[in-house]
Design a protein around this ligand. Structure first.
Ligand code: ATP
Ligand code: MG
Length: 334
């Protein structure tokens, strides 16, 4: 990591913390990246309304939750209201036919996952931008703005999560389609660690501001929620580097994967009951609104072992070297 001044960040006075800030500043989504996504969203919504007149398109995921990188895709949720719940696959197949006629869209691909999505690219002058569009998976809109509130509750949250996402991707444990951790799961794991420190860096926002995160709140006002939440004032003054070391140590040695469920809703780990949701699952991370397991993609022992081994190995190396390059070479990220 090049030595540039990161001293503007109050939690970066040591080398490791400065490296984290440098990486964060180099990789975080830029206003121009979001603008491009927003322009495309508006255009797509207009084209989609030719077929589904009442449909509305929302940007979700890391484009909106404050945890995006320059290279992040654009996740979107198409909301179609009506008495009859539309069949997502049928809607997406219809959109696929429509998108094939649009000059600015290419490579559409229908993915029949538990939450079906249409994946496509917007043709760019220099680079293509990837989109993942789902139908009526509105929990994604609610949790995007919950995560955004956490991202801005303390200055340390965004660099922490971005560095950990990059670390996990570099070590091939950040791909739910290959049986490892989704970025969303990783973000919740970081938030959980920050909520459960002896001196917490974060509270449970759902507990402290139930009206802002009411799961029945009208979708149109969901994006307003975070605006009413003041920054959290924590007595924890740990540097970013200390938190990164602590995060790796927590999951390498303290967290009981076989006995505990991560809940950011409750700001604690609760014991696995015998309920179907948590029984026999390798990793249990509660979705803050739907309360199901967001880490269900990790269903093979070999992948679970690889994830745990990566925490242990990186924890050992970073404690010894105190250099971000030792677990995440800067050249591998840029
Ligand atoms: P990246 O920058 O890597 O694209 P991301 O924040 O967009 O990261 P993803 O894991 O791709 O993270 O998820 C995108 C969004 O989809 C999340 O922010 C969340 O709103 C929603 N999402 C993903 N997985 C789940 C899930 N299991 N349950 C509910 N919502 C989910
Ligand atoms: Mg994404």
């Amino acid at each position: 990591v090049p030595e540039r001044s990161s001293s503007l960040h109050p939690s970066a006075t040591d080398k490791l913390s400065c490296q984290m800030v440098e990486l964060f500043e180099a990789c975080q989504q830029q206003p121009s990246d979001l603008e491009r996504k927003e322009v495309c969203r508006t255009r797509l919504q207009q084209d989609i309304q030719q077929v589904f007149s009442s449909a509305r398109l929302y940007l979700t995921g890391s484009s909106m939750n404050g945890l995006g990188c320059r290279s992040s895709d654009a996740d979107m949720c198409l909301v179609i209201k009506g008495n009859k719940k539309p069949d997502a696959i049928r809607v997406l197949a219809c959109l696929q036919r429509l998108f094939r006629k649009l000059s600015y869209v290419e490579r559409t691909q229908l993915i029949r996952a538990k939450v079906p999505i249409l994946r496509f690219r917007e043709k760019g002058r220099w680079d293509d931008l990837e989109f993942d569009l789902n139908v009526n998976n509105t929990v994604g809109i609610r949790n995007t703005f919950l995560l955004r509130s956490y991202a801005y509750a303390d200055l340390r949250v965004r660099p922490m999560i971005l560095v950990i996402k990059k670390w996990a991707r570099h070590n091939q444990i950040n791909d739910a389609s290959k049986g490892t951790l989704s970025s969303y799961t990783l973000a919740l794991m970081v938030l959980h660690y920050l909520q459960t420190l002896g001196e917490p860096v974060l509270p449970s926002l759902q507990r402290d501001y139930p009206e802002s995160f009411n799961p029945l709140m009208d979708l149109d006002v969901v994006p307003e929620g975070p605006k009413h939440i003041p920054p959290y004032v924590s007595r924890n003054k740990s540097s970013l580097g200390e938190l990164l070391l602590g995060f790796l140590k927590y999951y390498a040695t303290q967290f009981r994967w076989d006995k505990q469920v991560i809940s950011i809703r409750e700001a604690r780990a609760f014991p696995k009951s015998n309920s179907q949701e948590w029984h026999n699952k390798f990793i249990c991370v509660e979705e803050p609104f739907e309360r199901n397991n967001v880490a269900r993609a990790v269903h093979e022992k070999i992948k679970f072992d690889a994830i745990k081994a990566q925490f242990a190995e990186s924890c050992r190396i970073l404690h010894e070297r105190k250099d971000l390059n030792s677990i995440l070479p800067f050249r591998a990220v840029m």
